[in-house]
Each structure stands twice: as structure tokens, then as C-alpha cells.
Write a protein that binds this ligand. Structure first.
Ligand code: BQF
Length: 292
């Protein structure tokens, strides 16, 4: 069993980004600028946005955090997004999800200028990605692909099972694993209503668990020598932790790990790579690598 160290890999990539930013500044270009919009005070969202601001500092980016109250109306949020779309200093921005229930998330996403959509969730980017065209790629799937490439994990022709079908992780992850230029794998997507989920997993060379149910993947679902990627980040209360909670993965790590060739831990696996891929996308946006 080999552990995939996402924290270390992400730190190395952020160093590479920082070096490139320094060269850009020397060449007279402006500093890449990521803005984040946070609506309300959800504990998880606060922590995630903080991680993004810290990562910007590590990469030498400018960052702006726009805080809106929980009771912000949909129209007020859309106005904020339109301002960021127009702001020439902002290269890319994200709206931290999930949003309060009174706001239509899809309407918000559709309002983001796709050229600044560094989360890769606008239909233009999601569609172009699915077609294999240049686009911003959703940060978690991009982070996982990057991690497997850095660890030289063979994926071509392998059986890959993706657990979960969200627009942000499951669907784009399956698309990337399918594409010749990325995973080049045989891909199965399973979800809460899949009757053959356990059998599919048992046959899989690679399992990517993104269902958001702690400890869902157990040893009896995993074949010997499998590669297991754990996307789960459920926050569970833990009085012994310094911030009062800990992160729980979708994989029952202790019993699954001994069966694996490679496995990602939680924390320190996919999470840091998600943040680092957002930085990569922001650098691409600043360099106008994809649009314009
Ligand atoms: C780590 C996220 C669910 C819903 C909305 C590092 C993050 C997490 C874990 C992080 C996540 C999860 C983010 C670790 C961003 C990943 O050390 O293991 C970083 O900040 N994430 C988000 O922005 O929105 C979410 C999960």
C-alpha cells in the first residue's frame, strides 16, 4: 500500500506557480487576481474560502474576499457577480457553494462570465470540457487527474468506477477519466440508486469515491491492488480537535488501505489538490490561455 500525498504535491505545484508568477511580474505583467464571494457564515464554507485565500498568498496572487450576508437576495448576488464580470483587474472568481436555499444556484452559475469561471462550472466550460475542448476544468477532477499523473498511476484501459454524479465532481470526473488525453479508462458511474454498486466496485481497478457519505466504501467492496481516491470531506464534530471538528472521507480507510496499491488519505489527499487546481485555473485565466 502506497499513500498518495496530496498535501505535498499541492505544495510543490504552488511553488511552481509562484515561480511563474514572479517571472510574469518581471516581464511587466500584472499579478494574477482571484476573487471569492462568500454568502453567509457556514463553517465549512468559511474554512474552504480561507484555504483559497492562503493558497493565493502562497502562489503570489492577489485575492479579494467579498462577504455577503446570509439574507442577501438573489438579485443582489447576481449584481455582485456582474460587477466582478466587468472588473478588469479580476482574472477569475468563484462563488463559494453551497448557497442559501432562497438563491437559485444554477442562475448564479449562468451569470458568471465563463472566461472568469475558474471553478469550471458554467455550462460553457462544462460543455466544452465534455467535448474535449479547451476550458476551465472543475478543480476537484482536475486535481485528481494531476495527482494520478504525478504518481505515474496507469489509467489507460483500466476499469474506473466513479461513485457520485454531482455536476462539480462526479460528472466531470467521469468525463476526464473517459477522455483519451486524460484517463483513457473504461468508466462506470454509480450513485445512490445503483443496484449493482458493490459488484461494479469489486471489478474496478480505480475507485473514485465522491458520494459524500462517510465510510461508505468498505473493504468488501474493493479488489486487491485497487487504486482508491477519496473525495469525501464531511465535517464531523470532534471535541479533541483544535477547531472542534475533523474531516471524514467516503472510504473506511483503516480497512480499505491494506488492500490498495495506492490510496489517498483524508485530510491531505484530494482536498489540497482541489485548492491547487483552482490556483492553476486562475493562472490560466490571467495568462488568457483558454479564452481571448
Ligand atoms: C484537506 C468542498 C464539499 C462542498 C463544498 C484541504 C479542502 C478540504 C480538505 C478544501 C470543498 C472540499 C471545498 C483539505 C474546498 C475541498 O487537507 O484534506 C482543502 O478547502 N476544499 C470547497 O470549496 O467547497 C466544498 C466540499
Amino acid at each position: 500500500m502506497k499513500l498518495i500525498d496530496g498535501k505535498m504535491t499541492a505544495a510543490a505545484i504552488k511553488e511552481e506557480i509562484k515561480a511563474e508568477v514572479e517571472q510574469m511580474i518581471e516581464a511587466g505583467m500584472k499579478r494574477p487576481h482571484l476573487a471569492a464571494v462568500l454568502v453567509g457564515h457556514d463553517g465549512g464554507s468559511e474554512a474552504y474560502v480561507k484555504n483559497k485565500v492562503i493558497a493565493c498568498e502562497k502562489c503570489g496572487f492577489k485575492s479579494s474576499l467579498i462577504r455577503l450576508e446570509e439574507n442577501t437576495t438573489e438579485e443582489e448576488l447576481l449584481d455582485c457577480i456582474r460587477q466582478l464580470n466587468e472588473d478588469a483587474d479580476v482574472d477569475g472568481f468563484i462563488v463559494q457553494l453551497p448557497l442559501p436555499k432562497h438563491i437559485n444556484e444554477q442562475k448564479v452559475i449562468n451569470t458568471i462570465d465563463y472566461r472568469k469561471d475558474v471553478d469550471g462550472i458554467h455550462p460553457m466550460n462544462a460543455g466544452r470540457m465534455a467535448l474535449g475542448l479547451p476550458s476551465f476544468i472543475s478543480a476537484t477532477p482536475l486535481g485528481i487527474i494531476t495527482l494520478m499523473k504525478r504518481y505515474n498511476i496507469p489509467t489507460s484501459g483500466k476499469k474506473c468506477v466513479v461513485l457520485g454524479r454531482s455536476n462539480i465532481v462526479g460528472k466531470p470526473m467521469a468525463q476526464l477519466m473517459l477522455q483519451k488525453e486524460h484517463g483513457d479508462a473504461t468508466v462506470t458511474i454509480c450513485h445512490s440508486h445503483s443496484t449493482t454498486l458493490k459488484q461494479e466496485c469489486l471489478e474496478a481497478d480505480i475507485i473514485i469515491a465522491a458520494i459524500g457519505r462517510p465510510n461508505f466504501v468498505t473493504a468488501d467492496m474493493v479488489k486487491d491492488g485497487a487504486i482508491v481516491i477519496d473525495v469525501g470531506t464531511t465535517r464531523v464534530a470532534d471535541p479533541t480537535a483544535k477547531n472542534g471538528y475533523r474531516l471524514n472521507g467516503d472510504v473506511k480507510f483503516d480497512e480499505v488501505a491494506p488492500k490498495c496499491e495506492y490510496i489517498t488519505p483524508v485530510p491531505g489527499g484530494v482536498g489540497p489538490m482541489t485548492i491547487c487546481s483552482l490556483m492553476k485555473n486562475t493562472l490560466s485565466a490571467a495568462k488568457k490561455e483558454i479564452y481571448e
